[in-house]
Design a protein around this ligand. Sequence first.
Ligand code: GAR
Length: 199
Amino acid sequence: MNLRVAILISGGGSNMVTLVDSMTGDHPARPCLVLSNNADAGGLAKAAARGIPTAVVDHRPFKGDRAAFEAELLAELDKAQPDIICLAGFMRVLTGDFVQRFEGQMLNIHPSLLPKYKGLHTHARAIEAGDAEHGCTVHLVTAALDDGPILGQARVAIEPGDTPDTLAARVLEQEHLLYPRVLLDFSRQTSGNANMPPA
Ligand code: GAR
């Protein structure tokens, strides 16, 4: 039996696409749902084109009532019965209660070398700080924002003349390699096949 993976997005969904496309063959997991807080998220059409069920829970009518918003998210997730949840550019902060419900099952990708630059504008902050390198992190989600055990990181050199956009583009390339790799390892561990040789 394959593990079921729900992927939460807010935007273009390029990381979601790399995750979905990686879950084939003897990969122990398959996508079961792409869920967005934004009906205009470009990733929804990409998921649908790949035959993945999609759902939208717009956060705006809840006007800051995060618990009520999350109850609707939970209703969609309960229907899909995921074993693993991947946050992939999901730009809403989740409450401790929601995170606890999926403790040890929820992964996030963040565009910085955590613990540096939690939150937003990570590329600009790394350039402004004069850092020599930047990158991305996949971690388990805990109640604290962009915290939790690190499962993998990829590094990118910051070049002279880099802007937040040029740097973000190179980091995104690394995100597309890192997230599927970490999900594969995590799925193998979750399904108890951690000793299987790499595909
Ligand atoms: C990615 O760079 C991801 O790391 C970032 O949003 C982008 C989504 O792109 N996530 C965060 O900033 C979360 N705090 P995508 O929709 O093309 O995958």
